[in-house]
Design a protein around this ligand. Structure first.
Ligand code: M6R
Length: 610
């Protein structure tokens, strides 16, 4: 859950490392640092706090063309200068940055101390640099491999040694790492944005691989230490560039990108009026699908909310019983996975530790694995048998927006596709639904028109400390996503309830003026939700409703109520449209409260720890 960069080439390393770190700051932002090799030895600069604070220190560093950098999201040890990476060995000859967790760090630390090593931080990371120090006999790559054999957990590493100028050694185990292959320079990074301004040619490291990187060369060793061919790819130039353009925040930009992102999901995936997936996207035959006993969807956070809608889609359109689990719960609940099940792991980053672990657990229990992910270079994409890419483009804001709507649409297309195979959907019905799904980009564009109105409501909502969200069926899923957005970026306490559940306890919290956001887009349950809205209004709650032309006016309005209409879309995929005013509500409430919208406190974009 940290960002790693490395540079080796002919240019000055500091500005390139700094820019790379700022491109990766979304991965963690509580402390940061850089280590350079200047020919005489290792120099480090690190601080607790944001990257902008590091800039001053960097001015004092001498010129150097090799270096590594790190931006941290603290797990072991508070955010402080001592705990910030890079960490160095006892002799100050080796420096290392790390993303991940060393699970056996306590034992290793005790052993290293007993052998005379001195520790200067509280981190789990520091054991690695001391292990490399012990293993070093003139070959950094082999020392790193030897050290990594003693580690348990997840780790992406970048290491430099004063004895091997012009070389960075990297190792990947369950945390992402790529190497940008410039003409006569290499840029190591945790994620694509950090290399894009230098090159679009990248090598993706696989688990267990170690890379020895110099200005002109890249050697990749497999887990047994044998030289192996790097997995080289060219990154898509059109959708992988992430710049704020004229938007004040990435989040607002990404909210506005949703119509295009939805259109990209559909591009080439509808043929003859029906969903179409390439063989590598969906490796199950129609026969396999017919035999499916059960689908398990595992995901976290926003992806979990999209997956709840996925369950409704798979059960209603494909007729396959579907369970959705929070990935962090799945592996510990001893799930009964009948043979011939399918597990769908949904993850924007494809690196979420809990989702990867849940996917592996299901696979070990005999399930086939399909991934819905936004990252072609992720562990999830590598490990899954079938991979459906979300094509949302890089999402930088920690609060997920376009990733959510593209997940919903990917799952909807999959459900229709599978519904045809199971025979649950007649072709005519499947065509009708597909055609409704094709309207989502335009409907999302129209939903964005609610922005000015939502902005007004948000300034009101921002004064409250508690906000409730209600809905039924998929509207409940939208409500869940809306409350997560609000709390993660505005820090307002928000909770979502299935509308019918409110009266079983939570209604006690409704006071005069309490804002309650009611989502009523599904005509089949809108009236029922409207009754629950009336129960809230009778207790003084103030209603902000999201409706469509088909569901508007379901309850008598009050002067203080606000109704926001979005286009009526295919009901089971409606969260992809109905969520838009809720994303905007969260954004403008947070703006009003002056929070750090793109980098909310305590969070990080990619959660690579359990
Ligand atoms: O990369 P993933 O989709 O696996 O991430 C899962 C969650 O961490 C993520 O959706 C998180 O909840 C978002 N920050 C919410 O906006």
């Amino acid at each position: 859950m940290c960002g790693i960069v490395g540079y080796v080439g002919g240019r000055q390393a500091v500005p390139i490392l700094y820019q790379g770190l700022s491109d990766l700051e979304y991965r963690g932002y509580d402390s940061c640092g850089i280590a350079l090799l200047d020919g005489k030895g290792i120099l480090t600069a690190k601080i607790a706090g944001r990257l902008s604070k590091l800039r001053e220190l960097l001015k004092d560093l001498p010129p150097a063309t090799t270096g590594i950098g790190h931006t941290r999201w603290a797990t072991h040890g508070r955010p402080s200068q001592e705990n910030a990476h890079p960490h160095v060995d006892c002799r100050h000859e080796i420096a290392l940055v790390h993303n991940g967790i060393v699970e056996n760090h306590r034992e290793l630390r005790e052993e290293l101390i007993s052998r005379g090593h001195t520790f200067t931080s509280e981190t789990d990371t520091e054991v690695i640099v001391h292990l490399i120090e012990e293993a070093y006999d003139g070959d950094l790559a082999s020392a790193v491999r030897k050290a990594c054999r003693q580690l348990k957990g997840s780790f992406a590493l970048a290491v430099i040694s004063a004895k091997e100028p012009g070389r960075i050694v990297a190792f990947r185990q369950s945390s992402p790492l790529i190497v940008g292959l410039g003409e006569d320079e290499k840029i190591l990074a945790s994620d694509i944005p950090a290399v894009l301004s230098h090159t679009r040619k990248i090598a993706v490291l696989a688990d267990g691989q170690c890379a020895s990187i110099t200005r002109y060369g890249l050697e990749v060793f497999d887990a047994c230490g044998n030289l192996t061919d790097p997995d080289v790819r060219v990154v898509n130039a059109d959708i992988d560039v992430a710049m704020k353009e004229n938007f004040p925040h990435f989040m607002l930009k990404e909210i506005h990108e949703q119509p295009e992102a939805l259109a990209r999901v559909l591009s080439g995936r509808v043929k003859g009026g029906l969903p179409h997936f390439e063989p590598e996207e969906f490796r199950l035959s129609a026969e396999d699908v017919r035999k499916l006993q059960r689908i398990f969807i595992v995901a976290c956070g926003t992806a979990y909310h999209a997956s709840l809608t996925g369950k409704a889609l798979f059960e209603r359109l494909a007729g396959v019983s579907t369970e959705v689990d929070l990935a962090s719960e799945f592996r510990y609940r001893e799930p009964l996975v009948p043979s011939g099940s399918l597990v769908i792991a949904v993850s924007q980053s494809g690196e979420t530790a809990d989702t990867l672990a849940a996917m592996r657990e299901a696979r070990a229990r005999g399930a086939r694995v399909l991934a819905v992910t936004n990252s072609p270079v992720s562990s999830l994409a590598r490990e899954a048998e079938s991979v459906v890419y979300q094509r949302a483009g890089i999402e930088i804001a920690v609060a997920s927006t376009k990733a959510y709507v593209t997940q919903v649409l990917c799952l909807a297309l999959l459900a229709v596709h599978m519904g045809i195979s199971t025979g649950h959907l007649a072709l005519e019905e499947a065509r009708k639904i597909t055609s409704s799904l094709q309207k989502l980009p335009e409907q999302a564009r129209k939903a964005l028109k609610s922005e000015a109105r939502v902005k007004e409501v948000a300034s009101d909502v921002s004064r409250f400390e508690d906000v409730f969200f209600i809905g039924r069926g998929v509207d409940y899923h939208t409500a869940m996503e809306g409350q997560l957005k609000l709390k993660e970026i505005s820090y307002i306490h928000a909770e979502a309830y299935a509308a019918g559940e409110l009266k079983h306890g939570t209604l006690a919290l409704i006071e005069q003026g309490t804002p309650v956001v009611a989502v009523l887009t599904d005509p089949s349950v809108a009236e029922k939700t409207a009754s629950n809205v009336m129960e809230v209004k009778a207790r003084g709650g103030r209603i902000i409703s999201v409706t469509t032309p088909l569901t508007g006016g379901a309850f008598p309005p009050d002067p203080l109520d606000v109704e926001i209409q979005v286009p009526a879309s295919y009901p089971l995929a409606s969260p992809a449209v109905a969520v838009i005013p809720l994303q905007l509500l969260a954004y403008y409430a947070a703006l009003q409260r002056g929070t750090d919208i793109d980098k909310p406190r305590n969070l990080a974009k990619s959660v690579t720890v359990e």
